[in-house]
Design a protein around this ligand. Sequence first.
Ligand SMILES: Cc1ncc(COP(=O)(O)O)c(C=O)c1O
Length: 369
Amino acid sequence: MLTYNDLVKPSVLEQPIYQPGRPIELVALEFGLTPNEVIKLASNENPLGGSPKALEAAKETLASIAYYPENDCYFLREKLARIRNLVPEQLIFGAGSNEIIQMLGHAFIEPGIDVIMGKSAFISYKLFTLLFGGNAIEVPLIDYTHDLKGMAKAITSNTKLVFLPSPNNPTGTWNEEIDIFNFIHEMPDHIIFVYDEAYVEYINNPPDLKPLIAAGKKIICLRTFSKIYGLAGFRVGYGYGNVELIDLLNRVRPPFNVSSIAQTAALAALDDNEYIEKCRVFNQLGMKQLEEGLTSLGYEVIPSRANFLLVRFQNSDNLYQYLQAKGVIVRPLKGYDLEGHLRISVGTEEQNYRVLSILDEYENKRMTE
Ligand SMILES: Cc1ncc(COP(=O)(O)O)c(C=O)c1O
């Protein structure tokens, strides 16, 4: 008898599975803790929670939940276009920016196509490239930072997409505007540059690629409501670029892909500037607290402009387990070419203090063993 494995597309059998940060409830169950004893600093979420305006608006949407959502995210599109100084047709929305990466795969990646990305870049670029049968060309980072010169050298006539996240996840490192602009100016005409700005709200004076888009360069920028807006559970993100590119992506976009609650919440979050500013300042303070604490414990901390830190440990596997047993979930980085590192998201002051105390305790224990 044939099995499903005989029937499935061969590439699916080879496809790696995305490994998310472990959920609080599961870790609690495994280590005999109650869920409120466990903290999650594993997925770069907003430790202050979702924008209160967004949550209020989301509750009101429940009354009309029997209706399908607005298929084109009309109100969200119009508002963002106004705020970001774009025309509405330049915007596309997804169930998180992950879904827009998937749409890029549907539209542009097929066997024989090369996609260039950093070796320790956000893993979805590689996963979607492989899923659509493309070749993931992974260019090693230099000092944990994307090597734009190396990426330019890797371009061939088979290359279609180049991904650059800045800041990058999981390293937190960034590329300077001048280097990004130079890369784009020199990039051949058959390349689409995907600039992932998931953590853009955490940085001051971020590079603005809109003038290059307006000048006709082939670019799509990706943003998300999952990070500073605190709406990861609703799943909403967006891309902006040339109208022609957005039109093509709309052809591969599933119908009703952004839920009505997610649309309403994102719309309201855009009005919650006070909250976003508070989160930004809060993140800066938390980052400083974590960075100083980790450095004084003797760990190597990679400079980050996002809401997390990449840290090098001598025995990261053991430490990962130890932290979980104490109720702290951080992120191991298997599959990112970052053996010996863990990624820690910035939490509240109390959560940061807790992770630092556990690390201190761990080191003291090791010394006395
Ligand atoms: C660099 C980067 N891009 C994109 C995303 C996708 O976020 P979402 O699908 O929640 O919008 C993430 C999430 O962690 C990320 O780190």
